[in-house]
Design a protein around this ligand. Structure first.
Ligand code: GDP
Ligand code: IMO
Ligand code: MG
Length: 460
């Protein structure tokens, strides 16, 4: 490949090898196929992680959600069936794939139970294949309440959170004394006693600061009994489970949530989420070190989107953004909010690919750009009159940059039926090649539609 360092292209390679093996290939290929992947978003989330995880899950024994919570919304489309999963790993839609929710996740039991039931209604059982870490922290009603109260108090300066209680739950985890973990459901009486103290404290604080109505602790304890009844059977030590899986040469797929530009430490602070949602968060989120992952697959869209507040240099708050939103159905999977849309920001993608040690990129939604006469790629920023190709993650600094664009000719062809890379229009391939050149990571998977079948794997 011209001007791009040769990447591993492991996803494409293993996928092809496994397919050959399934078709009667040799045993020798097996060694090659012991692959652990991590799929992470490189933008502001919603890059298509659900779809890519679902595709790769075909060759995986376990899919692991290791961070975030029900702020995530991962879509999987199989034929005319659509699944929108918030907590459950996207591997769930494949009836025999093991699904792990590891320690780094902040787990909303109500939403998880809803997803287990929703899958059961569609004849997909999680019995015997869902494993929840005893160390996963639990999102309770008062976390969601605090999320809402804080956002309301911030007014026009709000973060634009999903109100899923993510920040307050992670804050309790860091603070330790008020934290509730899945392990705590094993002794409901002890948990009830602690909840009385925690809720008493929260009621005093929320009452004093926000004049909020008190939380009914008895009702909360009753809910926790239901959570215990429904979920304790799935609770285990997932780190041990993952060690054993690795010892037994299982293929593990780590499913990131959000996108690296929302990373608490490396994203556009303070307009971020409360976890390390870049690839750097994988190790602490599940107990498996990053070097055990054969390939980190960074997900991007062929353009950029963002939900919630915060700087977005390549945003097109105009007709172009509207066209992308309507063609790409860019409305939030979790909140239904219209997503802000803009041109592909290669400065940001280069930064997040580097932060995450990304080996290969999967670029979704190329089909969405069809019909646009001209496409623009943000290849540098102008900051205080000087050009830079480095991404300043501080929100104030980022708000002051101006994009330096490079224009590329678009294409009119409908890509949705294309199945081979070489059959993509020349302008599409040129667009991909130019982004590879700037970001310096090869693009090994290309999305041409929302369905499982609409992804093209490519050896790079
Ligand atoms: P995630 O949070 O990264 O899993 O992404 P979401 O599911 O929130 O949003 C991605 C949206 O794009 C979903 O509606 C997907 O069905 C859709 N999608 C994924 N890949 C493609 C693609 O290549 N083309 C089109 N048109 N839609 C896609
Ligand atoms: P997936 O996994 C897009 C955004 C919110 C808000 C900020 C903080 O589907 O890609 P939070 O509720 O986490 O405290 O909100 O982060 N956000 C996401 N945006 N996709 C997501 O997840 C997101 N998860 C959080 O909109 O701006
Ligand atoms: Mg999403």
């Amino acid at each position: 490949m011209k001007n791009v360092e040769r990447g591993f292209g492991l996803a494409a390679e293993a996928y092809e090898l496994k397919s050959r093996q399934d078709a009667g290939g040799t045993e020798i290929l097996k060694g090659f196929l012991r692959m652990n992947y991590c799929v992470v978003g490189l933008q502001w989330g919603d890059e298509g992680k659900g779809k890519v995880v679902d595709i790769l899950a075909e060759k995986s024994d376990l899919v692991v959600r290791y961070g975030g919570g029900a702020n995530a919304g991962h879509t999987v489309i199989i034929g005319d069936q659509k699944f929108a999963l918030h907590i459950m790993p996207s591997g769930a839609v494949r009836p025999t794939t093991g699904c792990v929710i590891s320690n780094g996740v902040v787990l909303d039991p109500e939403i998880l139970i809803g997803e287990i039931d929703g899958l059961a209604e569609r004849d997909i059982s999680m019995d015997g294949r869902l494993f929840i870490s005893e160390n996963a922290h639990v999102v309770l009603d008062y976390h969601k309440m605090e999320d809402q109260l804080r956002e309301d108090a911030l007014g026009k300066n709000k973060i634009g959170t999903t109100i899923r209680g993510i920040g307050p739950c992670y804050a309790d985890k860091i603070g330790r004394s008020f934290a509730v973990r899945m392990a705590d459901f094993r002794d409901i009486d002890a948990l009830a006693e602690r909840l009385r103290k925690i809720v008493d404290y929260k009621n005093k604080v929320f009452g004093a600061l926000y004049n909020a109505d008190p939380i009914d602790v008895d009702a909360l304890i009753e809910k926790c009994k239901v959570y215990r009844d429904r979920l304790v059977g799935f609770v285990c030590n997932t780190t041990r489970l993952l060690f054993e899986a690795m010892d037994n040469d299982k293929n593990i797929l780590f499913e990131g949530a959000q996108g690296a530009l929302l990373d608490l430490d490396h994203g556009t602070f303070p307009f971020v989420t409360s976890s390390n949602c870049s690839a750097l968060g994988m190790g602490p989120g599940c107990g498996i070190p990053n070097q055990k992952v054969d390939s980190f697959i960074g997900l991007v869209k062929a353009y950029a989107t963002r939900v919630g507040s915060g700087p977005f240099p390549s945003e097109q708050d105009n007709e172009i953004g509207d066209v992308i939103r309507e063609k790409g159905h860019e409305y939030g999977t979790t909140t239904g909010r219209p997503r802000r849309c803009g041109w592909f920001d290669a400065v940001a993608a280069k930064y997040t690919a580097r932060v995450g040690g990304i080996n290969e990129i999967a670029m979704m939604h190329l089909d969405t750009l069809a019909g646009m006469k001209e496409l623009k790629i943000c290849k540098a920023y102008k900051l205080n009159g000087k050009e830079t190709d480095f991404f300043p993650s501080d929100a104030d600094e980022l708000a002051g940059v101006e994009c330096v664009y490079e224009a590329m000719p678009g294409w009119d062809e409908d890509l949705s039926e294309v199945t081979s890379y070489d059959d993509l229009p020349e302008n599409t391939r040129n667009y991909i090649a130019r982004i590879e050149e700037i970001v310096k990571v090869p693009i090994s998977i290309v999305g041409v539609g929302p369905k499982r079948s609409q992804a093209i794997f490519r050896n790079v």
